[in-house]
Design a protein around this ligand. Structure first.
Ligand SMILES: NC(=O)c1ccc[n+]([C@@H]2O[C@H](COP(=O)([O-])OP(=O)(O)OC[C@H]3O[C@@H](n4cnc5c(N)ncnc54)[C@H](OP(=O)(O)O)[C@@H]3O)[C@@H](O)[C@H]2O)c1
Length: 322
C-alpha cells in the first residue's frame, strides 16, 4: 500500500510517500481501507517532536510511529475474530492517536473501540474532519466548561478546526455564542450559526464591558488575568490551545484562581473515545453540526498540507483525500 512515512523528526519535508506492507490484522482489530484523513495540531507535535516532552511518548531520538495521521474515515475491509461491532463493508470514522496513528496511508489496522460508524449523511472527507477537533470541542464545552442552556459563551479562535466545531456544539447545547475571528472569517462563522462576532484585528474582547459564563481559549492569546476580568462570577475559562505561555498560565495560575476566586480557570487534554464519537455522529446526522473544510490535499501532497496547516490560519479543517 502507499503511505506517508518518516523516520526522523523535522519539518514537513521529512515526510515521504512510500510503498509499504499492509498492516497485519490482530484478532481484536479492524482493517480499514482509508478514504480520507485530516490534520490536527497533534500531528505537528508528532512530526517535529516538539515540545521535547512529547518525545517521551512518541520516541526519544526518532519517531516510534513511522506512519503519522490520526483522524480517518474509510470502509472496513476485514475484521479480526474477536471483533463484535463491525462487519466488512461498514463505513467508519475514528481517531487513531491513542492506538499507534497510521492514518496517512491506504490501510490501517485498529482496535474496534477507536472507531464508530460514519454519519450516513457525510462524505468520507467530511467524516475525517470530525474526530479529534470535534471531540476536543465537545469535551471542552460539556465536560470541562460545564456549559448550560442560555449561558453566554465566547470562543477565542472560532474559525479553525476546533473552533468551528465548538461554535456549533455550543449552539446545540443551547448557549448564546460569540466567535472571535479575523475579518476574512466572519462569513464562515455566520454560516455555522454564530450569534455574535468579534474581529480580533479590530477589537480586544477582554477590554470590553461584556461578561461571559464560559470562555474557550482555542487560539490566540490573552493573559489569564484578562480572561478573568470578563468572566461572570462562577464563570469558567477553559484553555484548549494557543500559545505556550497561555498554557503555562492556565496550568500554573488557573488552579490558584479556581481555589481563591469564584471563577474556574484551567486547561484540559482531550481523550479520544467511542462514546463521544457517537454523540457527534448523532449531532451530524440530525443536522445540528457540520464539518467546515478549508481544503483537501492528495496523499502525495501531505507535506504541502502540513506546510499550510502549520501557518495557523486554516479556515476549518485541512483534509487528505486518499
Ligand atoms: N487541549 C486539547 O486536548 C487539544 C486538542 C486538539 C487541539 N488543541 C489545540 O487547539 C488549538 C487549535 O487547534 P485547531 O486545529 O483549531 O487549529 P487551527 O485549525 O490551525 O486554527 C486556525 C484558526 O485559528 C485562528 N486564529 C489564529 N490566531 C488567532 C488569534 N490571535 N485570535 C483568534 N483566532 C486566531 C485562525 O484565524 P485567522 O486566520 O483569522 O487568524 C484560524 O482560523 C491548537 O493550539 C491545538 O494545539 C488542543
Amino acid at each position: 500500500m502507499k503511505a506517508i512515512v518518516y523516520n526522523k523528526y523535522g519539518p514537513p519535508d521529512v515526510l515521504q510517500l512510500k510503498e509499504v506492507e499492509i498492516p497485519r490484522l490482530e484478532d481484536h482489530q479492524v482493517l480499514v481501507k482509508i478514504h480520507a484523513a485530516s490534520i490536527n495540531f497533534g500531528n505537528l507535535v508528532l512530526l517535529k517532536g516538539e515540545p521535547y516532552l512529547a518525545r517521551l511518548a512518541f520516541g526519544l531520538f526518532k519517531p516510534k510511529y513511522s506512519i503519522p495521521g490520526g483522524d480517518i474515515a474509510g470502509r472496513v475491509e476485514a475484521v479480526g475474530k474477536d471483533v463484535k461491532e463491525f462487519q466488512i463493508g461498514d463505513e467508519v470514522f475514528g481517531d487513531l492517536s491513542g492506538c499507534g496513528w497510521g492514518g496517512f496511508a491506504e490501510y490501517v489496522s485498529v482496535p474496534e473501540n477507536a472507531l464508530a460508524l460514519k454519519p450516513a449523511n457525510l462524505t468520507f472527507e467530511e467524516a475525517a474532519a470530525v474526530p479529534m477537533a470535534g471531540v476536543t470541542a465537545l469535551q471542552a464545552l460539556r465536560d470541562k466548561g460545564k456549559v448550560q442552556q442560555g449561558q453566554k459563551v465566547i470562543i477565542n479562535g472560532a474559525s479553525g478546526g476546533v473552533g468551528t466545531f465548538a461554535v456549533q456544539i455550543a449552539k446545540s447545547l443551547g448557549a448564546e455564542v460569540t466567535g472571535v475571528c479575523s475579518t476574512k472569517n466572519v462569513d464562515i462563522l455566520q454560516s455555522i450559526g454564530t450569534d455574535h462576532f468579534l474581529d480580533y484585528t479590530k477589537e480586544n474582547f477582554t477590554e470590553k464591558t461584556e461578561r461571559y459564563d464560559l470562555i474557550l481559549g482555542v487560539n490566540g492569546h490573552h493573559p489569564i488575568s484578562a480572561y478573568k476580568r470578563v468572566l461572570n462570577l462562577n464563570g469558567r475559562f477553559v484553555h484548549v490551545g494557543g500559545s505556550g505561555s497561555q498554557m503555562f498560565q492556565a496550568m500554573v495560575l488557573g488552579p490558584w484562581i479556581s481555589m481563591t476566586e469564584g471563577k474556574k480557570m484551567g486547561t484540559f487534554l482531550q481523550r479520544a473515545n467511542q462514546k463521544d464519537l457517537n454523540y457527534l455522529k448523532k449531532l451530524l446526522e440530525d443536522g445540528k453540526i457540520k464539518p467546515v473544510i478549508d481544503r483537501c490535499y492528495k496523499l502525495s501532497e501531505v507535506p504541502a498540507a502540513f506546510r499550510y496547516f502549520e501557518k495557523g490560519h486554516a479556515q476549518g479543517k485541512v483534509v487528505i483525500t486518499i
